[in-house]
Design a binder for this molecule. Sequence first.
Ligand SMILES: NC(=O)c1ccc[n+]([C@@H]2O[C@H](COP(=O)([O-])OP(=O)(O)OC[C@H]3O[C@@H](n4cnc5c(N)ncnc54)[C@H](O)[C@@H]3O)[C@@H](O)[C@H]2O)c1
Length: 377
Amino acid sequence: MKKIKVAIFGTGFMGRVHIESLRRLGSVEVVGVAGSTAERARRFADDVSIDWSTGDYRELIEDPEIDAVHICSPNALHYEMTMRSLERGKHVMCEKPLASTVEEANDMIELAKSKGLANCTLYNIRSYPQLQNLRRVREEGVLGDIRIVQGTYSQDWLFYETDWNWRIDSGSSRTFADIGTHWCDLAEHVTGLKITSLCADLQTFMKTRKKPKGSVETFKGKDVVPIDFDEVNIDTEDFGSMIFKMGDVARGSMTTSQVSVGRKNRLFLEVYGTKASAVWDGERPEELWIGHRNESSELLIKDSTIFPVAAQSYSDLPGGHSEGYDATFKQTFRRFYRTVEDRTSPVEYPTFEDGLRQLFLVDAVLESSRQQAWVSI
Ligand SMILES: NC(=O)c1ccc[n+]([C@@H]2O[C@H](COP(=O)([O-])OP(=O)(O)OC[C@H]3O[C@@H](n4cnc5c(N)ncnc54)[C@H](O)[C@@H]3O)[C@@H](O)[C@H]2O)c1
């Protein structure tokens, strides 16, 4: 069977995760990688056993054999890389956040539509088996009507003023755009409700940081000894909080942080309904807590054989055999490539439209925090 040929743009944290996850599919072959320089790309390509490497991603999209590209580069490059790739007829899997502005995202959606190409904004967290279980259990009415949605997405990898990454001086929102949008995408996906208005407050605790001379890949800051740095002013947020409305009834609150010491990557989501509640902790992804009033609450351990049918295919291993962060990429990619192979297949992954939706929320959060007021979406 002919394999789908794919190129990867970006040789950092996500570049590696995408390649490993694609290889687990079997039906897709990664034929080339592009990095910021030819040397970096070659070093990475050797490490992951790929022959073709380049310091210029445009070389890869000129190859008619390449069917799709994965954009795993810093956010500011997503627009240009996506637009050029779509122009050359490539299907696009783009990391979140989709673009730097709503206008860019609209262009990307229009072009993908006019070219008839598959497109995904990689809000991969949706694909955890227990979150699909939660989504389907909620659809079956087990929770009743949703009243309260709350939680947090907290990390600590930018805790010190010496911690640095391109995210810190790229774009007008950092923590909310980077991880807050994951939380919002998830909250809307599992509840089936949309955030209709919000009141947000963003805080930059460290007004200056020590920026190393040279780039630092994601989560690699701990390995860098900043002997040679510039003291730079910072205006992107370390922390954000918001209260929000989801239509006339449901209400919620969330916080998002990259300076919550001890919290490595904790996405926590609580959904309270008129019949029962559900809680999921991203640092314990195999568990789903279901809360009751008049009987014992339950801690469900992932076992897809007792999931609603629609959630079962998100788990490939028997109950008790953990499937983690990397498996969410495999699950999303599998669904994406099904639609690449057959353009009439149902779209069961977040698209560029979902990426645009999150950019509306980013704009609303920034405006609300600036005005210290409620903003409608
Ligand atoms: N879905 C998720 O869970 C998740 C997690 C982390 C990051 N991300 C997203 O993935 C993207 C990449 O983030 P990361 O954490 O991997 O960053 P990273 O810094 O680890 O890697 C980015 C890579 O892009 C390379 N690069 C820079 N300019 C380039 C160019 N012109 N051409 C090709 N490559 C270039 C850099 O050299 C680096 O290797 C971001 O958009 C980020 O928001 C998503």
